[in-house]
Design a protein around this ligand. Structure first.
Ligand code: ADP
Ligand code: G6P
Length: 475
């Protein structure tokens, strides 16, 4: 389907914005919102675009015809069991994910994973080539699909190709560990614009082109043959207006009151919301909380913590180990400090809808976001924009992309437990005027730097004419 009847704007991401779930009866299926920040950010972008198509994995191995959902044209790509193990759980999530996050867990390299990574990337590239209209914009997303830009360029030299990495891009010394590093680099250089969350990621990439390919980057670009490739940073964000609107809705306001009552109307509610991922520093934060309780600097039931941890990548070894140690720590905290009917920590290993999360944000006196490394962290931004009352306090790791945007947060080094403890106490004890002043500045920033701002910045760098996607023209 190339040519005029194809799509003018195509997003290619490992996952579709919805996941196909087979119900317990084994027969009926439903579509559920997919986990993670990539989907949160891109869904409003694609919904606003005219003739937008999203190509992504359906969440299982069945072949499903393209369909339309919430103003988006979705093209499901199946992955079989072998691909799930080798491409997704293996090369993407046991090699690339830990390596790109500063090797906070040891990256694992297995030769058999590579062929699968290549094959799946080729499948995504071929589908994009068949869906894109002549001269279309194809926007490839994230570490699972780093070979797609060059593959697609070979198939369709007429399209504009963007690539955005949602996670950090590591320093040269770390990237050099990666088997197949040259193929990955050439794959990315197939794009016209390569976007990173932070200026440091873009710098790391440019240094790498010099180091591995002897290229001579000039400013924010490198030449590949006679083609210019722009390498820049575009910090991603949330759909601020819709987050604010949901949080202020009557339903969420009512539910927030209920939650506070259900928690026993404590003075301090501390909240953590993460995918259950070892990059998020969940263990560090739990340990800090336990020490504060054991030193008597915090006490139950005056203080209570809620930790929501969305199930994630559950068959990957690193994630299994993490789940056991988080659950052990939660048990220990409740065993030592809980009382009958009054746990010190509520641990919820579940996914929630946006309204329930918004209600949790609204009751959290302190939100604690302590990743050891995170490309951005949209949870921190959602919290700030979910406080129509203007109150709340954000404790934020300085190793998140969000720390560059949310400068007024109580920032901490998550590796320094004493600093995390001090940050938590500072946030709990801060005078109301200080908390409000900080939140006001951060909320203002997010209004001017929402996901539309991000998408426009990227698409403009890609040279997309104002009219080519309704989104870029600010529809
Ligand atoms: P990551 O992309 O690494 O998961 P982000 O913080 O950038 O981290 O994005 C996480 C997204 O997932 C946010 O939009 C957040 O609201 C959503 N989310 C986190 N936990 C849950 C949960 N338990 N249920 C539903 N959505 C969740
Ligand atoms: C992060 C990654 C995304 C990924 C998401 C959820 O946000 O950057 O690419 O989709 O986590 O992870 P999963 O492996 O469940 O898709």
């Amino acid at each position: 389907m190339s040519g005029s009847e194809g799509s003018a704007f195509v997003v290619v991401a490992n996952r579709l914005p919805v996941d196909r779930i087979v119900a317990e009866d084994g027969r009926t299926t439903e579509w559920r919102r997919s986990p993670g920040g990539l989907v949160t950010a891109l869904q409003p972008v694609l919904q606003a675009a005219e003739k937008g198509t999203w190509i992504g994995w359906s969440g299982d191995s069945s072949h499903i015809d393209p369909f339309t959902l919430d103003d988006m044209r979705l093209h499901p790509i199946p992955l079989d069991d072998e691909e799930l193990r080798n491409y997704y759980e293996g090369f993407s999530n046991a090699s690339l994910w830990p390596l790109y996050h500063d090797a906070v867990e040891q990256p694992i390299f297995r030769r058999r994973w590579w062929t699968s990574y290549e094959r799946v990337n080729a499948r995504f590239a071929e589908r994009a080539a068949s869906v894109a209209a002549r001269g279309a914009v194809v926007w490839v997303q994230d570490y699972q699909l780093q070979l797609v830009p060059a593959m697609l360029r070979r198939l369709r030299p007429d399209v504009r190709i963007g690539f955005f990495l949602h996670i950090p891009f590591p320093p040269v010394e770390l990237f050099m560990q990666l088997p197949r590093r040259l193929e990955i680099l050439h794959g990315l250089l197939g794009a016209d614009v390569i976007g990173f969350q932070q200026p440091l990621g873009a710098q790391n990439f440019l240094r790498l082109t010099r180091h591995l390919l002897d290229m001579k980057p000039k400013g924010h670009s490198v030449m590949v043959d006679d083609r210019e490739v722009k390498v820049e940073s575009f910090p991603i964000s949330i759909d601020t207006a819709s987050v604010e609107e949901l949080a202020a809705s009557e339903k969420v306001t009512r539910r927030a009151k209920e939650i506070r009552a259900e928690l026993g109307d404590p003075r301090n509610i501390i909240l953590g919301v993460d995918r259950l991922d070892y990059t998020k520093g969940i263990e560090h934060r739990l340990k800090a909380y336990r020490e504060l309780l054991s030193e008597g600097r915090l006490a139950v039931p005056e203080t209570v913590m809620v930790q929501v941890a969305t199930p994630s990548r559950e068959r990957v070894e690193h994630y299994r180990t993490l789940r056991s140690s988080v659950e052990r720590e939660v048990g220990r905290i409740n065993g030592d400090f809980g009382q009958v009917g009054l746990p010190a920590i509520h641990y919820l290993h579940q996914s929630y809808d946006r309204a329930e999360l918004a209600a949790l944000y609204r009751v959290a006196d302190v939100m604690v976001v302590t990743p050891l490394r995170d490309g951005m962290n949209l949870v921190a931004k959602e919290y700030v924009s979910s406080r129509p009352d203007g109150d709340g306090a954000l404790v934020l790791s300085e190793f998140t992309g969000a720390a560059s945007d949310l400068k007024q947060a109580y920032q901490v080094n998550p590796h320094d437990l004493d600093e995390v403890k001090a940050g938590l106490l500072r946030a709990i004890q801060a005078p109301e005027s200080d908390r409000r002043k900080r939140m006001r500045a951060m909320r203002r920033h997010l209004r001017g730097h929402d996901v539309k701002h991000w998408a426009r910045g990227f698409l403009t760098a890609l040279g997309v004419p104002e009219t080519a996607t309704a989104y870029n023209s600010g529809k």
